[in-house]
Ligand binder design. Structure first.
Ligand code: NAD
Ligand code: MN
Length: 358
């Protein structure tokens, strides 16, 4: 029996609801075949916890997380706390503290799900987001607050090491895909320094991966290409900010923000990686029991793959696809199912699946 230690941080809004659903299907998987077990420890870190204690992560919290094999994360963000405080209080300290520099965001239209795009079935992308520097480096400042001469700066920082490693990661990922195509997204016409450096390092790195075909797109043109020529894209690599925006678009084009997963990887495995749905805490549906748990289930698939549990990962993905194909859909996908209905359907599919002993 293989054992993996998982830190569960549901955090805010629908985060705890979808994480609970995710843990339920993971439990069903491990019970079914009995090949692996997850040891779950729950952490109460959230905006409510922050309002009570004055911090999201207690002293030594990151050190505690280090001993886990993976972090299963819900969403952070509350109407009682400014968004930049919650994001920089919980999610970014983990992602940056554990050098999770590769943020991987697959987008695909699942069976039974309708893309808002004609030709949406052509979407089969993986967006690789640089997750450790760039526009979210936290470098900037404000002077003369409130005065007419007030100045605010937001400095994007790109390092050769940071750019090269994300490009190499994206090339290696592209090599594993049937299409083996990688598109580089920058804004190097208007931004002449860091972005031109991205282009140059990409060209250097490309020489080491001759089996991967490449092209380049400016980020504004990329939005139109995603809508008008979805089939021309396979793996995409972009900066922290650009890929953040493009991947929300990708999620919407593949049917709903409620199905899009993401992995924040520390590929060298010096530190635990973090797995979370792309969506946020969704105040408008919190507590109503209608949050789509599919994004979190797909996230769990990515977590299982990272843990080396490839057979269970495949089984869970098959279960997800069977349930979406069967139109067990939450309201964001146009259906009437609840979070619990979708979770139950996935668990039942797993229970009825063939037993695998490996
Ligand atoms: P959001 O993702 O929370 O919601 C956007 C819309 O999508 C809402 O209408 C919501 O109901 C819907 N939606 C999202 N997830 C869904 C799901 N699983 N099922 C069905 N519908 C779903 O984004 P927002 O409204 O911009 O942000 C709300 C809060 O979440 C803010 O505080 C923001 O900072 C935070 N946020 C956190 C993360 C994160 O933790 N990684 C990501 C994005 C936003
Ligand atoms: Mn985002």
């Amino acid at each position: 029996m293989r054992v993996h230690k998982i830190a569960a941080i549901g955090a805010d809004g629908i985060g705890p609801e979808v994480i609970a659903a995710g843990l339920e299907v993971l439990e069903a998987l491990s019970t079914k075949d009995g090949n692996f077990k997850l040891e779950i420890e729950h952490f109460p870190w959230s905006s409510e916890y922050y309002l009570k204690n004055g911090y999201y992560i207690p002293e030594g919290g990151l050190e505690t997380l280090k001993k886990f094999d993976a972090i299963f994360f819900g969403a952070v963000g509350s109407q009682q706390v400014p968004d930049h405080v919650s994001l920089w209080g919980l999610r970014l300290p983990i992602a940056q503290g554990f050098d999770q520099y590769a943020n991987v965001r697959p987008a695909r239209v699942l069976p039974g799900v309708k893309s808002p795009l004609a030709g949406g079935e052509d979407i089969d992308w993986v967006i690789v987001r640089e997750n450790s520097e760039g526009e979210y480096s936290g470098n900037g400042g404000r002077a003369h607050r409130g005065l007419p001469i007030e100045v605010g700066t937001e400095v994007a920082i790109f390092t050769r090491a940071g750019v090269e490693r994300i490009h190499r990661f994206a090339f290696r990922l592209a090599q594993k895909r049937p299409a083996k195509h990688l598109t580089l997204v920058t804004k190097s016409n208007a931004q002449r320094f860091g972005m031109v450096m991205w282009d140059e390092i990409f060209a250097e790195v490309a020489k080491d991966y001759p089996d991967v075909t490449t092209d380049r797109e400016l980020v504004d043109a990329m939005t139109t290409r995603m809508v008008l020529k979805p089939k021309t894209l396979d793996v995409v690599v972009a900066t922290n900010l650009h890929a953040d925006i493009l991947s929300d678009l990708a999620a919407a084009l593949s049917g709903s923000l409620g199905i899009a997963p993401t992995a924040n990887l520390n590929p060298e495995r010096q530190f635990p990686s973090m797995f979370e749905p792309i969506h946020g805490s969704a105040f408008d549906i919190t507590g109503k029991g209608v949050a789509n748990p599919i994004a979190t289930f797909w996230t769990a698939v990515m977590m299982l793959e990272h843990l080396g549990e490839f057979e269970p990962a495949k089984k869970l993905m098959k279960a997800i696809e069977a349930v979406t194909a069967n139109k067990v859909h939450t309201p964001d996908l146009g259906g009437k199912a609840s979070t619990a209905d979708v979770t139950k359907a996935v668990c039942e599919y797993i229970a009825a699946s063939e037993t695998v002993t490996a």
